[in-house]
Design a binder for this molecule. Structure first.
Ligand SMILES: [Fe+2]
Length: 182
C-alpha cells in the first residue's frame, strides 16, 4: 500500500491532481532592462517551476505550492516587452481613474502599499479598485494587476532599490492582456 500517495490524495481533496507553470508569451530576454534575463532564468525557470514540481511530487505544503503556481502564472502572463510610454487603456484605465483619478496617482498609491509590506509578499490591484497585499503566497481570485514583492523578484537587478523595480514594472505591463481579465 502506498500510504504517501493516499496521504497526498487526501490532502488534495478537491484540488487539481497536477499543476504546471505556463509557457512565457515572450522570450526570456525580452523584459530587459525592467527584468533581466538572469532574473527570468532564476525566478521563472527555477523558482516558479519548483512550486509546480513540489506540488506534483506531494512535497511540502500543497496549499503554499499551489498558491505559488497560481500567482506566478498570473504574474508572468501579464508582461510584454518594455516601452517608455506604456500606459493603461480601456477597462483598466477606467478602473484606475475611478478610484485614483489618474495613472500617476495610482502608481503612487501602489508604491505606498507595496512599501508597507514587511518580509515576503505580493501587491495587487483588485477587481474592486482597492490595492491589496498578500503575505507569502495565497490564491486570490480578484487580482487584476499583480507585482511580486519577494526579494527574488528584484534583488538581482535592483539590489535594494525597490522603487525603481516597481517603476520599471509599469513599462512591461501588457494592458491588453489585463483588459482581458475583466
Ligand atoms: Fe516570485
Amino acid at each position: 500500500m502506498n500510504y504517501g500517495f493516499i496521504r497526498n490524495t487526501i490532502l488534495r481533496e478537491g484540488k487539481p491532481s497536477s499543476l504546471k507553470i505556463e509557457a512565457l508569451p515572450y522570450a526570456a530576454k525580452d523584459l530587459a532592462p525592467a527584468i533581466s534575463r538572469d532574473t527570468i532564468d532564476y525566478h521563472y525557470e527555477e523558482l516558479a517551476k519548483t512550486y509546480a514540481k513540489r506540488y506534483n511530487a506531494g512535497e511540502g505544503d500543497p496549499e503554499f505550492n499551489e498558491a505559488g503556481v497560481f500567482l506566478h502564472n498570473t504574474l508572468f502572463q501579464q508582461y510584454q516587452k518594455p516601452s517608455d510610454n506604456n500606459t493603461p487603456t480601456g477597462k483598466i484605465l477606467e478602473l484606475i481613474e475611478k478610484h485614483y483619478t489618474s495613472f500617476v496617482d495610482f502608481k503612487e498609491a501602489f508604491l505606498k502599499e507595496a512599501m508597507s509590506i514587511q518580509g515576503s509578499g505580493w501587491v495587487y490591484l483588485a477587481r474592486d479598485g482597492k490595492i491589496k497585499t498578500i503575505v507569502n503566497h495565497e490564491i486570490k481570485k480578484d487580482i487584476i494587476v499583480l507585482v511580486d514583492w519577494w526579494e527574488h523578484a528584484w534583488a538581482l537587478d535592483y539590489q535594494a532599490d525597490k522603487k525603481s523595480y516597481l517603476k520599471n514594472q509599469w513599462t512591461i505591463m501588457n494592458w491588453e492582456h489585463i483588459n482581458g481579465l475583466f
